[in-house]
Design a protein around this ligand. Structure first.
Ligand SMILES: [Zn+2]
Ligand SMILES: [Zn+2]
Ligand SMILES: [Zn+2]
Length: 324
């Protein structure tokens, strides 16, 4: 009797239990019967689920491809079915009275929207965000490895170890599939008639837009800078983090002098912030407003200090560019 005389279920079980990815690859090359078995994606489904905890498959991938994928956030796959169930119950319990929902730190009264539910099994922590008293972050630093947390009002997932929003538009399809599976489980559980969650609907609908705009907030090494009223930037940042809806038009009116030029006495970080021109142009397209205040229009006479400051800020970028 050879291994191939075993019943197929037992053979599958042996493969799933004992062989690693490389062994499978080698075996399939040397044995046509095993090669045949391994053409069945069901065996790869079991391998992906049992070995790696990959229990979802994006439509664009086979289970074999899923098995050989290395997810960016491995922590996400610690949330298996039973952890998810446990978290959904905690979530629904917490959301029964969203008006009184607040940070579980005993000295904190902060409520929605900046509240984060820890996704680790059996944990009941709900912490306020970093724009408030940072109790969610504190919980992570004391409670490792409780690294995954979900923003209650937008249902977006953050990993403290990966330092990333998880499952966003540009993430790996496997990560997106897993995150949207978690999301849809929570949504379908929370749409139950006895647990209506009215706060969630509008915030979730803006998640794609948030994710796109988060990626925009970058500085090119050489792009000219544009200046934007700090008040507007603050509102925009609140939108990006999911604490508020999108801001209105960009209003740089307070930054210009009588000549319609950038005021020389406007204060960086208090009256205005800056960003790459490309990002500014995209924001104007999305929000409207202005006027555009670009670095290219600065003059030594009116903006000597700012010109010097930008030069200093650019120095590390320049040395990255020119190592010699
Ligand atoms: Zn992670
Ligand atoms: Zn926790
Ligand atoms: Zn708090």
């Amino acid at each position: 009797m050879t291994i191939l005389d075993l019943p197929i279920e037992l053979l599958n079980q042996l493969i799933v239990t004992y062989l690693n990815g490389l062994d499978l690859h080698r075996l399939a090359k040397t044995c046509s019967a095993l090669k045949y078995i391994l053409t069945d994606d069901a065996i790869w489904h079991r391998l992906a689920a049992e070995r790696k905890g990959y229990d979802v498959r994006p439509e664009t991938m086979t289970w074999k491809q899923v098995f050989y994928t290395e997810a960016r956030c491995e922590h996400l796959f610690d949330i298996n079915r039973s952890v998810l169930q446990d978290r959904i119950l905690a979530y629904l319990e917490a959301m029964k009275s969203p008006k009184t929902l607040k940070c579980t730190n005993s000295n904190c009264e902060i409520g929605l929207p900046d509240l984060w539910l820890c996704l680790s099994k059996g944990c009941t922590s709900i912490g306020c965000g970093r724009t408030k008293q940072k109790h969610a972050f504190e919980h992570y630093t004391y409670g490792r490895p409780h690294c995954l947390t979900i923003k209650i009002n937008t249902l977006e997932i953050w990993c403290y170890i990966c330092k990333e929003w998880i499952g966003s538009l540009d993430a790996h399809p496997l990560e997106r599939a897993k995150a949207s599976h978690i999301l849809s489980c929570i949504k379908s559980a929370s749409s139950h008639p006895t647990h209506p969650l009215p706060l969630l609907t509008t915030d979730i609908s803006l998640n794609d837009r948030r994710q796109k705009e988060r990626k925009m907030y970058i500085f090119g090494k050489k792009d000219p800078l544009c200046f934007v009223a700090e008040g507007w930037l603050d509102e925009w940042k609140e939108f990006l983090i999911g604490n508020a809806g999108p801001p209105g038009e960009i209003d740089n009116g307070g930054l210009v002098d009588g000549r319609g030029k950038f005021r020389g006495n406007a204060r960086p970080n208090l009256d205005y912030g800056f960003m790459a021109e490309g990002a500014y142009d995209q924001l104007v397209e999305a929000y409207g407003g202005g006027p555009k205040l670009s670095e290219t229009e600065l003059t030594e006479e009116h903006h000597g200090f700012l010109i010097q400051m930008i030069k200093t800020w650019r120095t590390p970028f320049a040395s990255e560019d020119d190592p010699n």
